[in-house]
Design a protein around this ligand. Sequence first.
Ligand SMILES: Nc1ncnc2c1ncn2[C@@H]1O[C@H](COP(=O)(O)OP(=O)(O)O)[C@@H](O)[C@H]1O
Ligand SMILES: CC(=O)N[C@@H](CCC(=O)OP(=O)(O)O)C(=O)O
Length: 258
Amino acid sequence: MKKVTVIKIGGNIIDNPAELEQFLTDFSKIEGYKVLVHGGGKSATKMAQSIGLVPQMIDGRRITDAPMLDVVVMIYAGQINKHIVAQLQAKDNNAIGFSGADGNLIQSTKRNHPTIDYGFVGDVKQVNTKLLATLLEARVVPVFCAITHDKNGQLLNTNADTIASELSIALSEVFDVTLTYCFEKQGVLQDSEDDSSVITEINEALYQKLKEEKVIHSGMIPKLDNCFNSLSRGVQKIKIGHHKMLQNSDIPHTTITL
Ligand SMILES: Nc1ncnc2c1ncn2[C@@H]1O[C@H](COP(=O)(O)OP(=O)(O)O)[C@@H](O)[C@H]1O
Ligand SMILES: CC(=O)N[C@@H](CCC(=O)OP(=O)(O)O)C(=O)O
């Protein structure tokens, strides 16, 4: 089976131009088929606040009313996505930027929660694996933002960690997939403020224990939930860590196991 590397970067890297440039240099050197998924929650929050909107997150998901949807489409599918694509082109990677609406690559359904109105938030329903595989075989480097669609003309805001996970699950039907979540820390840490406390391997039992002890909290909870879901649905390998590990596998990081 051919291999694919799926990498997700979050808002803390994107918001720091020097870090982003360094990440893209490391990413551009990865050989073989690869897919980049980016978030940008931090930039969207700043932009929303600058025009008087009040950002609200529940369980790691942004409440997305119509004005907030306009902001996230502009920031994720526009500003961030196009800058990343241009920077990858400068590094001789033939990147193309996609939302889930482009080529019907990621179709989702509007979240229907019994008590919380998330607004225009989508849960992934289906990936166009065939088109994605064709793009990879044509040596395109797909760059996905956190916007999907419902196939009835409605754009939806979808958590970028979940997009990376769902794309990886879909690609596992055809490829041997390694999914890496890159962020500003070295991995899942015993002490979230101490980069030297990397937990090198974490399984579901250890995760539950560390969650109860509040060692793992906030954004790391949905990230790890996505990881265990992906592993149980066919993804071969999942890592969490700093992007330095992309070019140097000796750098400590966390490997997820079932
Ligand atoms: N045990 C832990 N180890 C590392 N990070 C942790 C841990 N527990 C909570 N976190 C938090 O999880 C965050 C990463 O999740 P998130 O904010 O969704 O990241 P991103 O969107 O940048 O990928 C870190 O910035 C950190 O504050
Ligand atoms: C529905 C939902 O919450 N969408 C996310 C999408 C961006 C994202 O996931 O960005 P990070 O990876 O930088 O956190 C949001 O708007 O924050």
